[in-house]
Design a protein around this ligand. Structure first.
Ligand SMILES: Nc1ncnc2c1ncn2[C@@H]1O[C@H](COP(=O)(O)OP(=O)(O)OP(=O)(O)O)[C@@H](O)[C@H]1O
Length: 292
């Protein structure tokens, strides 16, 4: 098995398409000309070092910020703001209103969007609380839960909405290593059962390989696409294997190695250089078929 640099898929329409997305904060460019396609059932990971614009891209997909250039579309319709088809799970444990119980937290967005009756929202909440392994904690308040349990509630709340895309912004980064691993495992189990579409942000190469089936590598200042990889062959069971280690090193090399240094020249031409560097590595990866 090898980790291959991929070329764009033809034929099937993407569920989420980011096309030439440049994001700015007060005139400062956070990402430049970023394009990627997420297909239904993908576990698509945005991976890169701090400041490469991963969170900003996720926020743009969520509709919290608008691109300065380019576009993001869901099912072909441009994203113009937040919507129930895209639910975000954040890293912060305080994303749950503390005065609401676990059940009320999960019910809350269902009631807000007036999609279902109170009775149905309660039933759905119980269903999803069970799915994330929190049965028995329905009436608990967030401050009585561990970090991992709070993230489970956030995941249950998101999945209860049955979004087109589940957006996760470093959801496990604030957890201890063992809980983080457990949560990665749980997420994988949920995906195996439900096959939802996931857009997941992380700066951990290992987490990207474990969680994702496709990985977009981004370089920082401003965030630009460095490469796109297939990683479906990896999971927690293969973590630590020689092949997994080799893939980790190759990704590290792509992000921080020679090519990364070579393209970090003139900001004015950084996009062109990066594009050529990525194309070179994609070409050679495909031609030699030796993957990463
Ligand atoms: N609200 C904001 N106002 C101004 N600049 C911002 C804002 N949010 C992000 N930025 C800038 O945009 C760039 C990308 O930030 P972003 O948080 O998207 O990157 P990231 O890859 O998610 O980084 P990290 O992993 O550290 O969160 C950074 O240079 C950051 O300083």
């Amino acid at each position: 098995m090898s980790l291959q640099i991929v070329s764009p898929t033809g034929g099937i329409a993407p569920l989420l398409r980011a096309e030439g997305v440049s994001l700015e904060y007060g005139g400062t460019r956070a990402t430049h000309d970023v394009s990627f396609d997420v297909y239904r059932g993908d576990r698509f990971v945005l991976l890169g070092p701090s400041g490469c614009g991963k969170s900003s891209l996720l926020k743009a997909a969520a509709g919290f910020i608008a691109p300065a250039a380019g576009s993001i579309a869901i099912n072909g319709a441009p994203v113009r703001g937040p919507g129930p088809d895209r639910i975000v799970v954040f890293q912060e444990f305080d994303q749950l209103p503390p005065w609401k119980t676990v059940k009320e937290n999960v019910m809350f967005p269902l009631l807000m969007t007036k999609r279902v009756s109170r009775h149905e929202a309660a039933e759905r909440a119980m269903h999803w609380i069970g799915k994330v392994g929190l049965s028995g904690f329905e009436d608990a308040h967030p401050h009585t839960l561990s970090g991992g349990m709070k993230q489970r509630v956030a995941i249950a709340r998101a999945l209860a909405m049955q979004p087109e895309v589940l957006l996760m912004d470093e959801p496990f980064a604030a957890l201890d290593a063992l809980t983080r691993r457990k949560m990665q495992e749980e997420l994988g189990r949920l995906w195996e059962e439900l096959r939802f579409t996931l857009l997941f942000v992380t700066h951990s190469i290992e987490e990207a390989l474990v969680v994702g089936n496709r990985i977009l590598l981004l370089s920082p200042h401003p965030g630009q696409v460095r490469a796109e990889l297939n990683s479906h062959q990896f999971d927690l069971a293969s973590a630590g294997s020689l092949e997994f280690q080799a893939a980790t090193q190759r990704i590290h090399g792509l992000l921080f190695g020679e090519a990364a240094t070579a393209v970090a020249v003139s900001p004015a031409h950084a996009g062109d250089h990066a594009e050529r560097a990525v194309k070179r590595s994609m070409d050679s990866g495909v031609r030699r078929n030796d993957g990463l």
